[in-house]
Design a protein around this ligand. Structure first.
Ligand code: GLA
Length: 413
């Protein structure tokens, strides 16, 4: 590049920096390495929507620790939409709702941090949030400085009220603003997949939503008449985005949305939901009311074996290996040459699994991996039963109830 062109570009970048009221000293781009495995935590939206307050959040943080959730790996407490007052203050700063958070948001963040947990907030790239609170458009650098001063660890950045703006630019602006403000913050893009964030999100964010909102059902589409949009059952979301797996990986995750475990489905369906999120290496952000959590829900959310599949350091999203007669087989390559394999019964009746390994050849063409059971044998561990169940020299046979799953870990012998 010619010297004059370089000087022009330097001038231009300096101008952009100063025009936002900041001296830009960083080159931009996200904070690297903050999410080398899929983030795990809790978010307020799925159960509470905007009905949140400091008592609820403190209790949730307490239970995260005392219930064993934290020990299982959950560490982010994220306040979703509805944490702000309806207006910015006279200087344009965001203000937490003083009625919901009478002790102030900083005191709450300090409380959550004192428990050894991390704290996240929500806002939107548009002029206002989806629930009508002040959006960040035009305030990116100011809001980023506010978040840095609060010492938050995670920002979920939504996509309502963004008419006329370009998604990759809007998210890049906020990413640069966070970087410039200097406090490492996981940047969670919540753009719903409309503008294919998997194509441009990697240098900008640590995770990105790939669909509209989840709904607590196995396979339904819930249509919201008002606003003409749909929420999706968990298998619908999986199906919708099973083909973008090569874009997901350590520090840049496809986010299949927050969990609905404990939010009204049967325990069997919750188990299938949690399994599929683990198989897809999706972030595991619980969305249930911890204060009313049943022991079955807690057991699902803290299943060590499934969490290990989700958190496997290779960070590869699983894929659908086969589907026939309502029965699907999903596989996920794991580190050390191991694999996870899940049988999902999508039908309404019990089915028989009869999987003769010798007749199967699992090929992952995206990541160039293969499981050939004629040349390599694997020990089999049934992860939900936490039990070894033979090896791949003999066919695996079992009954599988409607909407239930069997997940096996194949360990190279
Ligand atoms: C959007 C997001 C949800 C939630 C709500 C809040 O719908 O996709 O996850 O954050 O907004 O209003």
């Amino acid at each position: 590049m010619k010297k004059t062109t370089i000087s022009f570009l330097l001038l231009l970048f300096t101008f952009i920096g100063f025009s936002q009221g900041n001296k830009v000293t960083q080159t931009g781009g996200k904070f690297d390495g903050l999410a080398m495995t899929p983030p795990m935590g809790w978010n307020s939206w799925n159960t509470f929507e905007t009905n949140i307050d400091e008592k609820l959040i403190k209790e949730t943080a307490d239970i995260m620790v005392t219930s064993g959730m934290e020990a299982a790996g959950y560490n982010y407490i994220v306040l979703d939409d509805g944490w702000m007052a309806k207006e910015r203050d006279k200087n344009g700063n965001l203000v937490a709702d003083p009625v919901k958070f009478p002790s102030g948001i900083k005191a709450l963040i300090d409380y959550v941090h004192s428990k050894g947990l991390k704290f996240g907030l929500y806002n939107c790239a548009g002029t206002s949030t989806c629930a009508g609170y002040p959006g960040t458009r035009g305030y990116e650098y100011q809001d980023a400085r506010f978040y840095a001063s609060l010492e938050i660890d995670f920002l979920k950045y939504d996509w309502c009220n963004t008419a006329g703006i370009n998604a990759s630019e809007a998210y890049a602006t906020m990413s640069n603003a966070l970087k410039t403000a200097g406090k490492p913050i996981v940047f969670s893009l919540c753009e719903w997949g409309d503008n294919k964030p998997w194509d441009w999100g990697k240098p900008i964010g640590n995770l990105w939503r790939i669909s509209g909102d989840i709904y607590p059902c196995f396979d339904c589409e819930f249509h919201h008449e008002e606003g003409n949009w749909s929420s999706w059952g968990f298998m619908k979301i999986i199906e919708m985005r099973k083909d973008i797996r090569k874009f997901s990986g350590p520090d840049h995750w496809n986010d299949f949305d927050m969990l609905e475990v404990g939010d009204g489905m049967t325990n069997t369906e919750d188990k299938a939901h949690f399994t599929m999120w683990s198989m897809m290496a999706s972030p595991l952000i619980a969305g249930n009311d911890f204060r009313k959590m049943s022991k079955e829900t807690l057991a699902i959310l803290t299943n060590k074996e499934l969490i290990a599949v989700n958190q496997d350091k290779l960070g590869i999203q699983g894929f659908k290996y086969s589907a026939a007669d309502g029965m699907e087989v999903w596989v996920k390559p794991l580190s050390d040459g191991n694999w996870a394999i899940t049988f999902v019964n999508r039908s309404d009746v019990t089915k028989k699994v009869n999987f003769d390994w010798k007749k199967q050849l699992i090929k992952d063409t995206d990541f160039n991996l293969e499981a050939n059971f004629n040349t390599t044998s694997y020990k089999i561990k049934n992860l939900w039963k936490n039990k070894e169940v033979g090896n791949t020299k003999k066919a695996f046979i079992a009954n599988l109830a409607s909407h239930d799953v069997i997940t096996l870990k194949l360990i190279k012998i």
